[in-house]
Design a protein around this ligand. Structure first.
Ligand code: DQA
Length: 146
């Protein structure tokens, strides 16, 4: 039997992790985080398919394709977290579990980051644990898929 797959989706500017505001986001690169998450998923018996895009429509297309191809979605939408009702609607049309993930704790930062339009359509959210959040998000997804 083939293993379930989970989409690991990253939004804008997260391709710059490692050099972008390291005091906020740390020095690990996106590839480092994907490798951590992939190893954790493998231990739980599922595979990750990772995609990063700076373009809202590409993220929405990936969420639509996940309806057919993937059992769950782990998503760090970057700044689209706070503004994209289109990503909200795409996730609302996805039937499986959705884990919202942030490296920083947006609630502890500028006021405009305190609203997430993604949280209402996520099964749950993990924020503020830096790179450890990837392992936590994968553990949460494993529990949701069990
Ligand atoms: C972020 C938090 C967002 O507010 C910000 O726009 C990001 C990264 C995080 O992972 O902490 O790009 O999603």
């Amino acid at each position: 039997m083939s293993r379930p797959t989970v989409l690991l989706l990253h939004g804008p500017n997260l391709n710059l992790l490692g050099s972008r505001e390291p005091d906020v986001y740390g020095t690990a690169t996106l590839d480092d985080h994907v490798a951590t998450a992939t190893a954790a998923a493998d231990a739980h018996g599922f595979d990750l398919v990772a995609l990063q895009s700076n373009h809202e429509g590409v993220l929405i297309d990936a969420i639509h394709e996940a309806r057919r191809d993937h059992s769950g979605i782990i998503v760090n939408p970057g700044a689209f977290t706070h503004s994209s009702w289109a990503i909200h609607d795409a996730l609302a049309a996805f039937d499986g579990p959705v884990v919202e993930l942030h490296l920083s704790n947006p609630d502890a930062r500028e006021p405009w980051r305190r609203t997430s339009v993604v949280s209402p359509v996520a099964t749950g959210s993990i924020a503020g644990f830096g790179g450890h959040g990837y392992r936590l998000a994968v553990d949460a997804m494993a529990a949701l898929l069990a």
